[in-house]
Structure formats: C-alpha cells, structure tokens
Design a protein around this ligand. Structure first.
Ligand SMILES: NC(=O)c1ccc[n+]([C@@H]2O[C@H](COP(=O)([O-])OP(=O)(O)OC[C@H]3O[C@@H](n4cnc5c(N)ncnc54)[C@H](OP(=O)(O)O)[C@@H]3O)[C@@H](O)[C@H]2O)c1
Length: 279
C-alpha cells in the first residue's frame, strides 16, 4: 500500500489529512488499533480525556515503534475542566497518561461558563507551559470560532466538527479558511451509514473502491482532515487505501449534494450555542 503523509497546513503546521479516531474504543482495542494503524501508515491519532483511553493510546504509539516525531497526536480538554487552573491540570494529566506531549490540544465543546476568554487564555497558557505543541477547537460554530480566535494569542489550528456527506457545513469550512485554520471531520463515515448509500456505492464501483473509501477521498480531496474510527484491522486498512484514485469534479458534486437538513448525528452542543445551519 502506498504510504504518503498528505497534510493540510494551518499557521505553518502540517497536519496529516487522514487520521485514526479512537472514540468508543475500550483501552485494549485502542492500544491494539493505534499500533496497527501506525504500522499501516497512519500518522495522525485522535483521542480525548473523556474517551478514557489516553493511556492505551500512548501505549499503542510506543508499541508501534514509529518514531514519536513522525506522529501527530491530538487530545481534548473536557468541558468540566474549562476554568483557569483546572484546564492546565487536565493538560498535565493527559500528557502524563499519554506518556508524551500531544501535538494538538482542543477545547472539546464550546461553553459560556466560565467565560470563554478565561478558557482560551488557559489553553494558551497550557501551550506556553509546554503541555501541547499547538491548540485548537472542537464543535465551535463559526461565529464562536471567530470569537475564540480573538481571545487567543496562538493560532487555533483546527476546528474538529461533525462532517460527512450528509452535512453541508459550508459556513464552517469558509470560517476555517478565512481564519487560516483547518476543518477536521469527526464521524467522517457518518458512523458507518455511508456504507449503504446507493450514490456512494455507484461512484465506488467506477473506481473499484468502497463507499467508505469514496467518502474519505471526497474529504481529503477538499483538504479536509478526516479521522475515521474502526476496531477492525481490515477496515483500518481499507480506510487508509485512498491514495491511488481521484474523484472527478462531477463525482465530488454528487457527493456534496447528499447533504440534508436532518443529517446531523451528534447534536450535543450546549443550548447557549446554535449551529450555523440552524442559526
Ligand atoms: N470532537 C468530538 O466531539 C468528536 C465526536 C465524535 C467523534 N470524534 C472523533 O472522530 C472519530 C470518528 O468518528 P466516529 O467514531 O463517531 O465515526 P466514524 O469514523 O464515522 O464511524 C465509525 C463507525 O463506522 C464503522 N466503520 C469504520 N470503517 C468503516 C468502513 N470502511 N465501512 C463501513 N463502516 C465502517 C465502524 O465500525 P467497526 O468498528 O465495526 O469497523 C464504526 O461503527 C472518533 O473516533 C473520535 O476520535 C470526535
């Protein structure tokens, strides 16, 4: 299998566009799959304090034997730790559990209390203290993304949000571009739903690829970072095997046209905020 590390750039930071997600993976599976994914060529791993598998993810990284500086590792600050002091303490705990400093530390979901400027300054402080190399956001609607960047000395190098063919997210994509940031797609396979999609099956057939591969290719071909998750080695391999084909402009448009108003799968945003498409 070809093993390129194709990256998206934000503020001079190169982020591998295809990563491996670990939400819902029990520690044993997280350790096994992180190791396997890295052996297959993945160079970007996504975890979070709230996934309760940071220690296992760190073990998987070490088991793989892949040099640490070849890997881009993301974790996230849980919303209960957004006060100044609490945030830095979690950042220390996460780095200790991982056994290594993460490359990217995200605020997991936006929150109004404590005030966002306090939280963003604490995140910058965690970076200044060497508890992460870079900082960013997750699940921030575009207006709140702009607001948070206004409070931040360091660039917020990604906004990790739900994104797949059934959600348009054009305002979020535009905001990331305008701010010199990137978009990272969580649930890029719509939690497996893409496998049954007639349009994706048909496009895949033309390229000898599966609907999952077509979906991931559609994302990375737009410069959007994708972090699919699986507990199966065979699927991790399938999801990484997307470098030897290209979707045509017409195919890209057909996939984008699958977006629909009820396409959101994980609407856990605090009621203080609204998504761009609901605003
Ligand atoms: N920031 C956030 O708030 C947030 C929220 C959700 C997720 N995330 C991150 O994003 C990652 C990915 O999102 P996700 O885990 O929700 O969903 P996903 O990657 O869209 O889908 C995972 C599901 O699809 C199945 N699957 C994997 N590859 C497949 C393929 N090629 N064909 C068909 N089915 C396939 C998996 O089953 P098997 O395991 O049986 O293969 C699993 O049930 C997470 O793991 C996490 O790291 C972040």
């Amino acid at each position: 299998m070809p093993n390129p590390t194709v990256t998206a750039e934000a503020a001079g930071v190169a982020i591998p566009v295809l990563g491996f997600g670990t939400w819902m993976l029990e520690p044993d599976d997280a350790r096994r799959m992180v190791r396997s994914a890295l052996e297959m060529g993945y160079r970007h791993i996504d975890t979070a304090w709230i996934y309760k598998n940071e220690k296992a993810v760190g073990e998987g990284i070490r088991d793989s034997g892949v040099p640490r500086d070849e890997i881009f590792l993301t974790t996230k600050i849980w919303v209960a730790h957004f006060a100044d002091g609490d945030l830095q303490r979690q950042a220390e705990e996460s780095a200790e559990s991982l056994g290594t400093t993460p490359d990217l530390l995200l605020l997991h979901w936006p929150k109004r209390k404590p005030a966002m400027d306090e939280t963003v300054r604490a995140l910058n402080d965690a970076k200044a203290r060497g508890l992460t190399r870079h900082i960013g956001l997750s699940n921030f609607p575009s207006a709140v993304f702009r607001e948070a960047q206004g409070y931040s000395d360091a660039p917020l190098i990604t906004n990790q949000v739900e994104h797949h063919p059934y959600l348009s997210n054009q305002p979020l994509i535009a905001a990331a571009k305008e701010l010199g940031s990137t978009l990272t797609a969580w649930s890029p396979l719509a939690q497996g739903k893409v496998a049954e999609d007639a349009t994706l099956v048909e496009i895949g057939r033309a390229h000898g690829k599966t609907p999952g591969q077509v979906t991931l290719r559609w994302l990375v071909q737009q410069g959007i970072i994708a972090i699919p998750r699986t507990q199966k080695e065979s699927r991790a391999r399938e999801n990484f095997d997307i470098w030897d084909f290209q979707l045509t402009g017409e195919e890209m448009q057909r996939i984008s046209a699958l977006a629909r108003p009820d396409g959101r799968l994980g609407d856990w945003i605090d009621p203080d905020f609204v998504w761009d498409d609901a605003a």
